[in-house]
Design a protein around this ligand. Structure first.
Ligand SMILES: [Zn+2]
Length: 288
């Protein structure tokens, strides 16, 4: 994580990201990533900016996160290119309620009839504090919220086919962040998969929380959420944005060294949680 950038003021970072975003909105196809199998029945179908994943449960597909509204075509292309039909998606589960993770939700439901899923806390934000989805930060004027078909409670288990997903509320980055844990099998081995649903510090600046009329205690809540899931057994970490778990570097390594799978790393989850915890404490100590 680039802690240097957090030494700039929050406004500087917003302005910087906005210039990068404009390029992204004009040319989403430049950020396409060829989909690939991570492990077992779990596939990467996101782009190089925002992660999306697909699970083939044997009784339909589960998709995690629907990216930006303007890159829906990348997701559709990726699902087909991974060897699946988007009409088989039964649940489209969202890690949290920000515009860069929910953008194509309505498009997917309208086209394919999947059920749109998010935590109840995330659904509450969309109902009661829709400004916290930050649609205004998105240059695309057509980005929208969605009305969920299913709202997940903390600890709820969602099952489809051979896959049961434990859904754990881990607020901080946003009030509605959920993290997900499930098992997958490959060559007779079972792997525990873990997905932390929102890791960015960008919403946790003191001045940002005040501007958003969110309690400053969200910062402690974030640290508590990390501790809440630290002890989960995880062999494979999924990212929320590719840079957070080096998704694309791991993919490169897979291609360079066929037969190895850098996504399988039983130490990574605790390392990820501990590094994020340490970095966030540094971030706060730096006066943000
Ligand atoms: Zn977010």
């Amino acid at each position: 994580m680039d802690l240097e950038k957090y030494k700039k003021s929050y406004q500087e970072i917003e302005a910087f990201q906005q210039t990068k975003n404009l390029d992204y909105y004009a040319h989403p196809a430049r950020y396409y990533v060829k989909p690939f199998k991570i492990v077992g029945n779990v596939y990467y179908i996101g782009d190089s900016k925002v992660c999306s994943h697909l699970i083939d449960t044997g009784d339909g597909l589960i998709m995690f996160d629907s990216g930006f509204q303007h890159s829906v075509h990348l997701l559709v292309q990726a699902v087909w290119e991974a060897g699946f039909n988007p009409a088989d998606i039964k649940y489209l589960i969202h890690s949290h309620e920000h515009f860069d993770h929910i953008g194509a939700a309505d498009e997917f439901r309208d086209l394919y009839g999947c059920k749109l899923v998010i935590s109840r806390a995330g659904a509450d934000v969309m109902r009661e504090r829709p400004e916290l989805v930050y649609l205004k930060a998105c240059p695309n004027p057509y980005a929208t919220l969605f009305t969920p078909d299913l709202e997940l409670e903390d600890g709820q288990v969602l099952t489809l086919g051979n896959t049961s997903i434990r859904c754990v509320l881990t607020p901080g980055h946003s009030p509605g962040v959920m993290s997900f844990f499930f098992d997958t099998c490959e060559d007779g081995r079972t792997y525990h998969v873990g997905y932390f649903g929102g890791a960015g510090f960008n919403t946790l600046y003191r001045e940002k929380l005040l501007a958003d009329k969110l309690p400053l205690t969200m910062r402690e809540t974030f640290l508590e959420s990390l501790q809440k899931v630290r002890e989960y057994p995880v062999d494979v970490v999924l990212g929320n944005h590719p840079r957070q778990n080096e998704t694309l570097a791991k993919r490169e390594q897979m291609l360079r060294q066929p037969g190895t799978n850098p996504f399988v790393d039983p130490g990574e989850w605790k390392r990820f949680v501990d590094e994020l915890t340490g970095q966030f404490k540094e971030f706060m100590e730096a006066g943000n």
